[in-house]
Ligand binder design. Structure first.
Ligand SMILES: Cc1cc2nc3c(=O)[nH]c(=O)nc-3n(C[C@H](O)[C@H](O)[C@H](O)COP(=O)(O)OP(=O)(O)OC[C@H]3O[C@@H](n4cnc5c(N)ncnc54)[C@H](O)[C@@H]3O)c2cc1C
Length: 397
């Protein structure tokens, strides 16, 4: 869509990357997304194509073999990919978060060992905080790692690992009991290398199988069960225990910009489908786009697409500048995901009865949009983060 979601001030390189990705989305993703999603089939050819384009290394510094691009470039790429099919953006998202964490917090050995392999897509990351009993309340994590000589021994169950089966590296947050007073200071992040696949993939580590989801199909979302699983002390992210909460939250912060970008992508697609359908479908002697009620819907949808895009770009640019962006990333994620759900719903209504048919793309978008209200922190959690940040800033004396 030429008019909407444009970004001012992009470099030639950014424009070139985006043009290549947009072309890939139009030719290789959109024509296949519906069939692959209905079959819940892993999009291997699409993933291979993304590897060839270097997208797994998009933000990894050039010295480690990546393209060294910014969070903004990444977010705009994700927006395009999600416009084609959200599940494909899910394949690279956890990888991107883990690469960010290794780069920001890893020891030199961890960077040297992992980043070059992550840049090529040989090593693929997943991100594991949530458990069966908790998601929002991260500091309440129960999975434990107990020190045993040079190793740690992990016991417990993790839930909702996006790419849990297809990845071979998990950024894993567990309790290590550092005798700290604050609960979140007793948590440690590990970089767990494991074989990809399902079942008992390593002694003491089982990835039971794919969770059957309402949407976001194709990409695997799994549990992970640890039973006396041994992990070397050298796998502690950054080499020191007790810092895991802050490290994972840094990952989540860039992840939130990415979820906002996904929401923008889905909303753009929902608008494209609606504006197209509204000009083809006639009732009472004229295209439905000429009924003011439908035209106004299109106007409101486009305004929401534009607002969400601008907030997402603002949050990405802020992070790229080195500034803290917790409030702005929370605002962008909140607004973009809520607007995405609304725009998708309106596009569905414009499609009339056909929107309910599995032959029409909007049916899939309707099942994808709700996930964005939940993933990387629910809307309620975003409001908590935003209000805390604001009260810090506007404290009365
Ligand atoms: C498809 C999918 C993929 C996922 N991928 C990953 C992944 O890769 N890695 C990972 O670690 N997790 C992942 N998650 C988990 C996701 O991050 C959590 O589901 C999410 O954080 C919410 O946690 P919860 O489901 O435990 O809900 P809960 O925390 O139990 O919340 C339930 C409800 O209560 C509300 N609530 C909770 N606390 C408060 C509060 N203090 N104030 C007001 N309202 C509150 C919530 O907003 C929500 O409406 C994934 C989830 C899904 C569905």
């Amino acid at each position: 869509m030429a008019r909407l979601a444009q970004t001012a001030g992009l470099t030639d390189v950014q424009q070139e990357i985006l043009a290549t990705v947009r072309d890939f989305v139009d030719k290789e993703i959109i024509p296949h997304a519906q069939a692959l999603e209905h079959a819940d089939e892993y999009p291997q050819d699409i993933v291979d194509g993304m590897r060839e384009m270097g997208l797994f290394g998009l933000t990894i510094p050039e010295e480690y073999g990546g393209l060294g691009e910014s969070l903004l470039t990444y977010a705009l790429v994700v927006e395009q990919i999600a416009r084609g099919w959200m599940s494909v953006s899910g394949v690279i998202n956890t990888h991107f978060i883990v690469a960010h964490m290794v780069r920001q917090h890893g020891t030199d050995e961890q960077k040297q060992s992992l980043l070059p392999r992550m840049a090529t897509g040989e090593v693929r990351g997943s991100f594991s905080m949530s458990e069966p009993d908790l998601g929002s309340d991260v500091a309440a994590i129960k999975t434990r790692a107990r020190r045993d000589g040079e190793d740690y021994v992990v016991n417990g169950a993790k839930m909702w690992l996006t790419n849990g089966g297809s990845s071979n590296l998990i950024a894993l947050l567990v309790r290590t009991d550092e005798d700290a007073e604050k609960p979140h200071e007793n948590l440690t992040a590990f970089l767990v290398e494991k074989p990809s696949g399902f079942g008992e993939v390593a002694p003491g580590l089982t990835i039971p199988g794919k969770i059957d989801k309402m949407g976001y199909k194709g990409v695997d979302t799994t549990e992970a069960v640890f039973s006396d699983y041994r992990v070397p002390g050298s796998a502690v992210l950054g080499g020191a225990s007790g810092r895991g909460f802050a490290q994972m939250m840094d990952g989540v912060e860039v992840g939130r910009v990415n979820v906002a970008a996904r929401a923008c992508g889905i909303a753009i697609r929902a608008f494209e489908l609606a504006v197209d359908y509204a000009q083809q479908r006639s009732t009472f002697g004229k295209p439905i786009a000429q009924h003011q009620a439908i035209a106004f819907k299109l106007a409101e949808m486009a305004t929401k697409v534009e607002a969400a895009h601008l907030m997402m770009v603002n949050a990405a640019r802020l992070k790229d500048s080195g500034a803290r962006n917790d409030v702005e990333a929370g605002m962008a994620k909140l607004l973009a995901s809520e607007y995405c759900a609304e725009v998708t719903q309106e596009s569905f209504r414009i499609h009339g009865g056909y929107g309910y048919s599995k032959e029409y793309e909007i049916e899939r978008l309707m099942r994808e949009a709700p996930f964005l209200l939940i993933g990387e922190g629910t809307s309620e959690i975003q409001k908590t983060i935003i209000s805390r940040g604001l009260l810090r800033e506007y404290r009365t004396r």
